[in-house]
Design a protein. Structure first.
Length: 177
């Protein structure tokens, strides 16, 4: 059974926290998938997918986290040829709710992150066994995200080994449940 971790962001934004968790995943030789809730640009704001893409490229002054956006890669792979196997070599795949991976695991990821409104659902949870860990991250300053996280916790903690991590004042993590 996959571990299910809930991360309650209160001190640092997703763009600062996610790269650290992805780096730890890569240090374990794990590939990762990051499912973002929506890629749409509302009211002139940059999409969360674009912000995360930039955050991974600019993670540190002396390094970056290698990744690919599934949307553009999918289009290239569908064209065939030398690009048809792009996913298998990608340590991190980013995808949006608009271009969900739909239960597939194209880079043989061991960990999958649900961020910015992405929610693990039916078929994905049935296939969760192919991942060692599922991570649900939510913004503690967004009342709707907190309500949604409570509902997801209520539904999934019945059938999965779930833990709840809350950010402390220093940006570290404290296991609460």
């Amino acid at each position: 059974m996959s571990e299910l971790l809930f991360y309650h962001l209160e001190q640092n934004p997703l763009e600062q926290v996610l790269p650290l968790l992805l780096q730890k995943s890569l240090e374990k030789d794990w590939n990762a998938i990051v499912q973002v809730g929506s890629s749409g640009e509302a009211e002139g704001k940059t999409s969360k997918l674009a912000l995360l893409d930039k955050a991974l490229w600019t993670f540190r002054d002396d390094s970056f986290l290698p990744h690919m956006i599934y949307d553009s890669a999918k289009e290239q792979a569908e064209e065939g040829g030398e690009n048809s196997n792009l996913f298998a070599d990608q340590p991190i795949l980013l995808c949006s709710g608009d271009a969900a991976i739909d239960g597939a695991n194209p880079n043989n990821a061991q960990i999958k992150f649900y961020v910015a409104g992405a929610v693990p659902a039916g078929q994905e949870m049935m296939e969760a066994g192919e991942y060692k860990r599922l991570v649900f991250m939510f913004d503690g300053h967004d009342p709707d995200a907190v309500i949604e996280a409570r509902q997801v916790w209520k539904n999934l903690s019945k059938t999965h080994q779930a833990t709840y991590w809350q950010q402390n004042g220093n940006g570290g993590w404290v296991k609460k449940a």
